[in-house]
Design a protein. Structure first.
Lengths: 184, 408
C-alpha cells in the first residue's frame, strides 16, 4: 500500500469505523472487546486488498458477518458470551418498553453468532432475505429458517417476551430446503 | 408490539450507545499488516542474503517490526513509501539502502564551521536502521552490508576500523601513516581507498581579513590516498594526489572534500569535479598507482550521477532535473532513454535505478531543497515506484537524510 492508498485507508477508517463498530458490537452480542477485535481483523483483510476493493465498507461488513459464521462453525458449541445483565429477569408482568429492550439485548447475546447475524442483517441493517443470503453465503431458505428459529429462541430465553405478537418471520413454518436464490 | 419490532429497537438502542473505536484503529490495522509483511520480507531477505553474504543468517524472521505501515514487497523490491525517515530495510534488485547520514553545521570557536555527520545504519539482525555510535565521523558500508569501514573522532584520522554491523563492534583497526578523512569500498568489496588530507575537508576555514572575503570557506588540503586490502588489513604505498594551490586571491578553487572513488570495475580511480568556470561536470582519472590517466572508454561521459555505468555496461546514468533525467549511451554520451527521477544513485539491475525524485511536483523547482523521495525507476518507463516517503529531517536534526546505497 503506497502513501496515497494509506491516506485513503485512514480516511475510510476514520469516517466509517464508528458505524462498522456498531455493527460489530451487535454481531458480538454486545461484547465490545470482541467487536473491536473482529473489526480490526476485518480491516486488516480489506487493507490487504485495498487496491482491488471497489466498496471497502461493503467488503468489511461482509467480512464481519462471515467471520461470525465461520467463528460459529469452528467454535460450536459456542463459548459463553459475556453480558452485562442476566438475560432472564423475574416476570413481574409490568415491563416497560425500555425494560423489554434490555431483556431483549440479553437474549440476543445468548443466540449463536449465526442466529444473531441473521437478525442483525434483517432487523438492524433492514436487508431483504436475498441480500442476507448473499452476504452470509447461504440460501434464502436458510436465512428464513434461521430467522424463524432465532425469534423462537429469543422467546424461550426470555419469558418476558412471550406476550409479544409474532413477527412476520414467524408466520410461516421454517423451510430448511428451498430453491437457491442467491444472487451472484 | 411484535417481537421483530423489539429486536429492531433493541439493536438500534445498543448500536446508538457505542462510541467510536479506541485510539488509532487505522494505525493498529496498518501496523498489524506491516508486521505480517515484515515477516515475509525478512524471511525473503534471509534467502537472498544467505546466498550473497555470509553472516546475515542471523536475521530473525519472526521478529516484531514497529515501522510504519506502508510496507510493500513486490518481487525484489522492498519499499516503505510511508517512511519519510527510513526505519525498515529498503531495497530493490541487487542494491539496498545500507543506511543514511545526516549532516549538521557545528560552528567552531575560531569562526570555522564544521560539517559533521551522523549515521544511521542497517542492523542486519532486526533489518532496521539504528543510530550509529556518535564516534563514527565517517562510515562506508561494504557490499553485502555485513561490514562497514569507519573513521572515528576528529578527521583526518590515522586508523580505519572494520565494524561488524551485526554486533556494532570494531573487529579490527588498521593503522595508517597518514591522516585520512574518507574511505570507500571497491565494487567487489575487497579493497578500500582511503583519501588523505592535512586538514578536515568538512571544515570551512575562517580566513582573517576584511570585507566580503571574511567568511568560512574551502581550503583544499588533500594529499593523496592509500589502498587497503580488506581481508588482510595490508596498506599499500601512499600515492600523492594533491589538490591545486589557492589562486592569487588566496581562494581555493573548488571544494575541500574531493575523495578518491573506484570506477565501475574497480580498475581505476577518479575524483569528481563539478561544473565551474564554464566547464561541465568531469572526472579526474588515476590509475590504481596514482598516475593521472584517461577515462575508461565507457566512463568518459560519466558525470556526477553516483549510479554511473549500468551493471552490464550498456547504459550510463546522468542527473537531470525535477522533470526527469537522461540515460546515456556510454560510448557516445548521447541520450538513449529517460527516467522520471532527478539524482541517480545506484543501479538495482541493468534496467532499474534507485534514485531521488521529486515527491511533490507542485513544489519542485529543480533546486536542492526540493522535496524528494527515494524511488525505483525503470529505463524508458514513466513510472517511479516510491521506496520511501518524501525525505524529512530525522528527529533532532534540521536536514534531510542522505541515502547510502550498496550491493546487498
Amino acid at each position: 500500500m503506497d502513501a496515497e492508498s494509506q491516506d485513503r485507508f485512514r480516511e475510510f477508517v476514520e469516517s466509517r469505523s464508528s458505524a462498522l463498530l456498531r455493527t460489530a458490537v451487535l454481531l458480538c452480542g454486545g461484547d465490545r472487546h470482541a467487536a473491536e477485535d473482529q473489526l480490526q481483523t476485518a480491516l486488516v483483510k480489506v487493507a490487504g486488498r485495498w487496491s482491488r476493493v471497489e466498496d471497502p465498507e461493503a467488503y468489511v461488513r461482509q467480512v464481519l458477518y462471515r467471520q461470525q459464521v465461520s467463528w460459529w462453525r469452528l467454535k460450536w458449541p459456542r463459548r459463553e458470551v459475556a453480558v452485562a445483565e442476566p438475560p432472564e429477569r423475574a416476570d413481574d408482568g409490568g415491563e416497560s418498553a425500555a425494560e423489554l429492550r434490555v431483556v431483549m439485548r440479553g437474549a440476543l447475546a445468548r443466540l449463536t453468532p449465526r442466529q444473531r447475524s441473521v437478525l442483525v442483517l434483517r432487523y438492524y441493517e433492514d436487508l431483504p432475505e436475498a441480500d442476507v443470503a448473499r452476504i452470509l453465503g447461504c440460501s434464502v431458505g436458510t436465512v428464513r429458517s434461521t430467522a424463524h428459529r432465532s425469534l423462537a429462541r429469543l422467546r424461550s430465553l426470555a419469558p418476558e417476551l412471550a406476550a409479544l405478537g409474532p413477527a412476520a418471520a414467524e408466520a410461516s413454518p421454517p423451510r430448511d430446503i428451498s430453491p437457491v436464490e442467491v444472487r451472484p | 408490539m411484535n417481537v421483530d419490532q423489539l429486536v429492531r429497537e433493541a439493536l438500534q438502542e445498543q448500536a446508538a450507545e457505542q462510541g467510536g473505536p479506541r485510539g488509532d484503529l487505522a494505525g493498529r490495522v496498518l501496523a498489524t499488516r506491516r508486521r505480517r509483511r515484515a515477516r515475509t520480507i525478512t524471511g525473503a531477505a534471509l534467502g537472498t542474503a544467505a546466498a550473497v553474504v555470509v553472516g546475515v543468517s542471523a536475521l530473525d524472521s519472526g521478529r516484531e517490526d514497529a515501522g510504519p505501515a506502508s510496507a510493500s514487497r513486490t518481487g525484489d523490491v522492498i519499499a516503505h513509501s510511508g517512511q519519510s525517515v527510513p526505519r525498515d530495510f529498503v531495497a530493490a534488485g541487487k542494491t539496498g539502502l545500507a543506511g543514511y547520514s545526516v549532516t549538521r553545521d557545528v560552528p567552531q570557536r575560531n569562526g570555522d564551521e564544521l560539517l559533521a555527520r551522523s549515521y544511521f545504519l542497517l542492523n542486519p539482525k532486526t533489518m532496521k536502521y539504528e543510530k550509529a555510535d556518535t564516534e563514527w565521523a565517517w562510515v562506508a558500508v561494504a557490499p553485502g552490508m555485513r561490514t562497514a569501514a569507519v573513521l572515528e573522532g576528529e578527521l583526518p584520522t590515522r586508523r580505519v576500523g572494520m565494524l561488524d554491523l551485526r554486533t556494532g563492534k570494531v573487529t579490527r583497526w588498521i593503522t595508517l601513516r597518514h591522516g585520512v578523512a574518507a574511505v570507500e569500498w571497491s565494487p567487489d568489496g575487497k579493497r578500500l581507498v582511503a583519501t588523505a588530507y592535512r586538514k578536515n575537508p568538512d571544515l570551512m576555514v575562517s580566513v582573517p581579513g576584511n570585507g566580503s572575503v571574511n567568511w568560512p570557506r574551502h581550503h583544499g588540503s588533500r594529499t593523496g590516498y592509500v589502498l587497503i586490502e580488506a581481508a588482510s588489513g595490508k596498506v599499500g604505498p601512499f600515492r600523492d594526489v594533491p589538490q591545486p594551490d589557492p589562486d592569487e586571491d588566496g581562494m581555493f578553487p573548488g571544494v575541500s572534500r574531493q575523495d578518491l572513488h573506484f570506477n565501475h570495475d574497480g580498475t581505476r580511480l577518479y575524483v569528481q569535479q563539478y561544473a565551474r568556470q564554464g566547464k561541465k561536470d568531469y572526472r579526474d582519472w588515476y590509475t590504481l598507482s596514482g598516475r593521472p590517466t584517461s577515462a575508461p572508454p565507457a566512463e568518459k561521459h560519466a558525470g556526477r550521477a553516483q549510479a554511473g555505468l549500468s551493471p552490464d555496461g550498456r547504459l550510463l546514468a546522468a542527473d537531470g532535473d525535477a522533470k526527469g533525467s537522461p540515460v546515456l549511451d556510454p560510448m557516445t554520451g548521447r541520450r538513449v532513454a529517460w527516467v522520471p527521477s532527478q539524482e541517480q544513485l545506484a543501479w538495482a539491475d541493468s534496467k532499474r535505478i534507485i534514485a531521488l525524485a521529486c515527491a511533490d511536483p507542485a513544489r519542485c523547482t529543480g533546486k536542492n531543497n526540493d522535496p524528494k523521495r527515494l524511488v525505483l525507476v525503470t529505463v524508458d518507463s514513466k513510472k517511479a515506484v516510491p521506496l520511501t516517503g518524501a525525505r524529512t529531517a530525522p528527529q533532532g536534526y534540521k536536514r534531510v537524510w542522505t541515502p547510502m546505497l550498496t550491493a546487498r
